[in-house]
Design a protein around this ligand. Structure first.
Ligand code: NAD
Length: 422
């Protein structure tokens, strides 16, 4: 099989291509098109960090604020070796569209540091996080730009961000960051929120296609926050999880997995997912997405379904938990196969929705029961799903372009009301 072009793997180009298609279909006026296409601000920070060995290393970090038209910037911080400014730009723009699709009052932002968390100690990661936050202490703020976890960062990272920011502004400011531990102003239900949002979208897609949930076969690529919790919640709800994968490889078993046992194997016993006893056929992490199933959930990284392999997807529903798992060149092939797609900016929006609830609770100083959080999340996700499908039917476009159109429409309307500050 020939290699996928670098052009196709550039996620910024993928984000741009979908934005352009949707803007054209909406008839977005030229000036607004240019305004919304580019980020509002970008910064590169060089972070000096003494390693445990005593050696001084300098890490490169980015923060991109794509839009604050509908509210403060909102978006995760990624720690990974292949972070690039183009990737952070794409992720920042997706945050703007995602927050608009679910109609929460945030703009879009994203950050990243080029580093390999697997090879750094906890104290080294803490120093990177604190210096990155200190460099951006005037940039972040509950009304300016509110970070959250992403690949390679977690609740502990967010606790360090909050503490560093608090030390700089000389007051406890829990709402500066979301995805925090519950003890520090985190929200109940945030950890499961993205996986729960994925499940809600799958439930809605099944209802739309008239497929029963019980026994419905699901493959999931990625076994981190999104993938493992989607697996656990969906199995409890009656789905049959037949394929799982993480960075070490994939497994497929028609009989179905007991997700809680796999979670225990990977997270408590710290064993490789692929060695899970009785796990069935071993394969590459990517091949899991091409196995027989009703629902395929990419929940790991970008660019997994491309022009070269999209034909191999056997699912009826593709529900994107990851950001950018499908390249824009693959979209037409997926559409041609009649697959019902729940695009990333809808499929994984449960996370930012509960991040919004966390920000609201922090600012109120009043915390909700988990059932209340889940109920509100269900309401937001179901509404957004219905609106995207309605847009798709009205404008005769696929769900992805419909989600972009809905989002761009909302952001452009807010922009027109605000006007342009001279
Ligand atoms: P995570 O770091 O918790 O987990 C990532 C998982 O992907 C791990 O199981 C890892 O082994 C696996 N993985 C990494 N590289 C892989 C590869 N090449 N092939 C197969 N598997 C691979 O990250 P996460 O928070 O679960 O995020 C996963 C995706 O979901 C990302 O695209 C992220 O941007 C997106 N997302 C996350 C959230 C959230 O709330 N955590 C919200 C919205 C979107």
């Amino acid at each position: 099989m020939s290699a996928v072009s670098q052009e196709e793997l550039n996620v910024y180009k993928s984000a741009e291509a979908r934005f352009e298609m949707a803007a054209q279909k909406l008839g977005l006026e030229d000036g607004l098109y240019r305004y919304l296409k580019y980020p509002s601000k970008e910064i590169t920070v060089y972070i000096p960090v003494p390693l445990d060995s005593g050696r001084l290393e300098v890490f490169v970090g980015y923060r991109v604020l794509h839009s604050t038209i509908r509210g403060p910037g909102k978006g995760g911080i990624r720690f990974a070796p292949d972070v690039s400014i183009d990737e952070v730009r794409a992720l920042a723009a997706w945050m703007t569209w995602k927050c608009a699709v679910v109609d929460i009052p945030f703009g879009g932002a994203k950050g990243g540091v080029i580093c390999d968390p697997g090879k750094l100690s906890k104290t080294e990661l803490e120093r990177i996080t604190r210096r990155y936050t200190a460099e951006l202490s005037e940039w972040f703020g509950p009304e300016r730009d509110v970070p959250a976890p992403d690949i390679g960062t977690n609740e502990q990272t967010m606790a360090w961000v909050m503490d560093t920011y608090a030390m700089h502004v000389r007051q406890a400011t829990t709402a500066v960051v979301t995805g925090k531990p519950i003890e520090l102003g985190g929200s109940r239900g945030r950890r499961e929120a993205t996986g729960r949002g994925v499940m809600i979208c799958c439930d809605k897609a099944l209802a739309k296609l008239g497929i029963k949930r019980e026994g419905c076969r699901v493959v999931i690529q990625g076994f981190g926050n999104v993938g493992s919790l989607a697996a656990s919640l969906m199995q409890q709800a009656g789905y049959r999880i037949v394929g799982l994968a993480d960075v070490g490889g994939g497994l497929y078993n028609e009989k179905g997995f007991d997700s809680s046992k796999v979670i225990d194997w990977v997270y408590t016993q710290k064993r490789p997912l692929q060695e899970f006893p009785g796990g069935g056929a071993k394969m590459s992490a990517r091949d899991v997405l091409f196995q027989p199933c009703e629902i395929a959930i990419p929940a790991a990284i970008e660019n997994q379904i491309t022009e070269k392999n999209a034909n191999q997807v056997q699912a009826r529903i593709l529900c994107e938990g990851a950001n950018g798992p499908t390249t824009w060149q693959a979209d037409a092939i997926i559409d041609g196969k009649g697959i019902f797609t729940v695009p990333d900016i809808l499929g994984n929006a449960g996370g930012v929705t509960v991040s919004y609830f966390e920000w609201v609770q922090d600012r109120q100083g009043f915390f909700w029961r988990e059932s209340e959080v889940n109920e509100r999340l269900l309401d937001v996700m179901e509404n957004a799903f219905d609106q995207v499908v309605r847009y798709s039917e009205l404008h005769k476009v696929n769900n992805r372009i419909a989600a972009y159109m809905l989002a761009i429409d909302r952001v452009a309307s807010a922009l027109k009301l605000r006007g342009i500050y001279a």
